[in-house]
Design a protein around this ligand. Sequence first.
Ligand SMILES: [Zn+2]
Length: 61
Amino acid sequence: MAELKGLCMRCRDENKKPTMQVMKDIKISEKNNRYSAKGQCTTCDGNMFKFMSKDDAAKHQ
Ligand SMILES: [Zn+2]
């Protein structure tokens, strides 16, 4: 499975901006031809969510 990164709202930088972290336990869902991924941050175990293209979704299913 390819590595998937998303913005983690808990892992913030010194400017309090969300940072990109690697997602684990990824679950892909599709609704009205829109794909999204739910997973957990490998750094803080917080929940993460990301919209993705159909091509990206196919790589993670
Ligand atoms: Zn995090």
